[in-house]
Each structure stands twice: as structure tokens, then as C-alpha cells.
Design a protein around this ligand. Structure first.
Ligand code: PTJ
Length: 259
């Protein structure tokens, strides 16, 4: 990996880029994953590279949903593995559930490499190497799922996904939680809870919320979920982008006038 000095103003972003590139070199991230990361970087820039209040609301609702679920499931693809393998293992441990590898550009070799990486990071259980069922309505390899994992789940976390699968899982009656920096994506619009934030920040924050809310009675968790409005949260995320850009423009104008 290229050595990035910590003092570099874009350190976090460059490090993430390096991690995805390293995933491609190691063979667990797809080359298409580089493009997805570039798209994500762009949206992260637009949201101000921070967890905004809309995302905080979504993270809290997602944690409540996961805690209320009878059979929650966590999906991992090549970009997720490159960026937050350890953090996904911590989230799975906090919920005492396995992780499931599910790939769009599926190859058995990539599935095995991701499963090995997750196990190496301490995952207690990894599903996805031997899928035994199919999500109806999807024609590509992403339809493959495992009983006892995504196939039977009532709540599924799908970070960095395409809209088709989100829609197909929702059509099965599952509550879908998305992590997607693009608040306008089909995934974000079709999910029950859309976390518009960088997965690098969102997954640790989600694990923290799961731990924090795990002492609450079910009735309190149900209230958090009932009060959550995904459409409103997505509108707020778009507004946050607009506010951030206007602040940037104002600051730039001020700078030009004082130069
Ligand atoms: O490993 P595979 O084969 O399953 O493929 C994984 C990718 C990500 C390549 C595949 O799912 C894909 O092509 O995804 P899309 O359709 O490009 O969608 C990815 C979404 O994730 C886009 O809306 C991006 O803005 C968003 N995104 C990218 N990087 C991040 C992100 N969201 C949060 N955090 C990121 N770091």
C-alpha cells in the first residue's frame, strides 16, 4: 500500500482509497469496487465528510430495528470487506449473529477470500460460501442466499448495495437497512432505514448504538422505530448537502474578499 502521511489534509479519504485498492490486489474486492468507492468519495465530500444529524437518526433507528429483529442478518461484499471487515465483525459480535458474504460480481474465489478475511478478523460465524436458496425476482448472482442467514432474516443490513436487491429483499417482507452515501440512490429510497454516511463512520457508530440501546425495554425500541420516517430523513440528508455547499461557497467568497 502507498504510505499516506497522517498530516495529509485528505488522509482519511486517501487511506480508504488505498484499502479498496489493496482489496483488489488481494483479490477480494472487485475492480468495479474502485468505481463504487470513487462515487462514494464524491458524495462523502458533498455531505461534508461527517456523520450528519439525519444519519444519526437513521443509525439509532437501525440499531433499534436490529435489536428488535428475531433473525437479523448482515451482508458483506468486496468493498465492505476492504473498508470495515473488523468493524463488521464487532457489529456481528454485538448482535451475536453471523455475517453473510453476498456478492454482485460473484466468484467462488472472492467469496472464500472474504470469508477467510472475516474469520481472520475474529468472526464467529460466516455464511455465504454454500448458499442454499435464492431471493425471488433477482436474476444475477446476488440472488444467492443462505437459510439461517439473509434468506430467513426479518431485518437485513445491506451496505453499499444496488437497488434491485434492496427491492427484492423488501418484497420478501424483510426490513432493509442500507448504508449508502447517495441519498438519491434507489437503494436509499427503497430501504426501510437508509444511513446516508460513509461506511467507515457508520458501522462503528451503529455498533455503539446497538450496545447503548441493548438495555432498553422492547417497548422503547418499538417507539424509536415507530417515530422514524425514512422519507423525511432522506429529505433532510439532501438539505444537509445543500446547506454544506452553501456554507462552502460563502466561506470561499469571504476568503476571496479578504485575499
Ligand atoms: O463486491 P461486489 O461484487 O458485491 O460489488 C460491490 C459493489 C460496491 C461494487 C457493488 O455493490 C456496486 O456496484 O455497487 P453500486 O451500485 O456502485 O452502489 C454502491 C453505492 O454505495 C453507491 O451509491 C455509492 O455512492 C455508495 N458508496 C460507495 N462507497 C461508499 C458508499 N456508501 C457508504 N460508504 C462508502 N464508503
Amino acid at each position: 500500500m502507498t504510505e499516506i502521511p497522517k498530516s495529509h489534509p485528505r488522509y482519511a479519504s486517501l487511506l480508504a482509497r488505498e484499502r479498496v485498492a489493496e482489496g483488489v490486489r488481494q483479490g477480494y474486492t472487485s475492480t468495479q469496487g474502485l468505481i463504487a468507492q470513487g462515487r462514494g468519495e464524491c458524495f462523502d465530500y458533498l455531505i461534508g465528510e461527517k456523520t450528519n444529524p439525519s444519519a444519526e437518526q437513521a443509525i439509532r433507528a437501525a440499531a433499534a430495528l436490529l435489536l428488535l429483529a428475531e433473525r437479523p442478518a448482515l451482508s458483506v461484499n468486496g468493498n465492505v470487506a476492504a473498508l470495515v471487515a473488523e468493524e463488521m465483525v464487532a457489529l456481528a459480535a454485538a448482535l451475536a449473529i453471523p455475517l453473510e458474504v453476498n456478492l454482485f460480481h460473484r466468484s467462488e474465489e472472492r467469496v472464500r477470500k472474504i470469508a477467510d478475511l472475516l474469520r481472520q478478523k475474529g468472526a464467529a460465524g460466516v455464511l455465504g460460501e454454500k448458499p442454499d436458496s435464492v431471493v425471488p425476482g433477482l436474476e444475477h448472482a446476488r440472488a444467492l442466499a443462505t437459510r439461517g442467514g439473509i434468506y430467513d432474516a426479518d431485518v437485513v443490513l445491506i451496505p453499499l448495495e444496488d437497488g434491485d436487491r434492496c427491492e427484492a429483499l423488501a418484497a420478501m417482507g424483510k426490513k432493509v437497512i442500507a448504508i449508502d452515501l447517495n441519498p438519491l440512490s434507489r437503494t436509499a429510497r427503497k430501504a426501510a432505514v437508509s444511513i446516508v454516511d460513509n461506511i467507515l463512520r457508520a458501522v462503528p457508530a451503529l455498533t455503539e448504538q446497538v450496545r447503548k440501546l441493548s438495555d432498553l425495554p422492547r417497548s422503547d425500541l418499538l417507539i424509536i422505530v415507530a417515530q422514524y420516517d425514512n422519507e423525511k430523513v432522506l429529505r433532510q440528508a439532501v438539505q444537509e448537502i445543500s446547506d454544506h455547499l452553501q456554507r462552502q461557497f460563502r466561506e470561499e467568497n469571504c476568503r476571496q474578499h479578504t485575499d
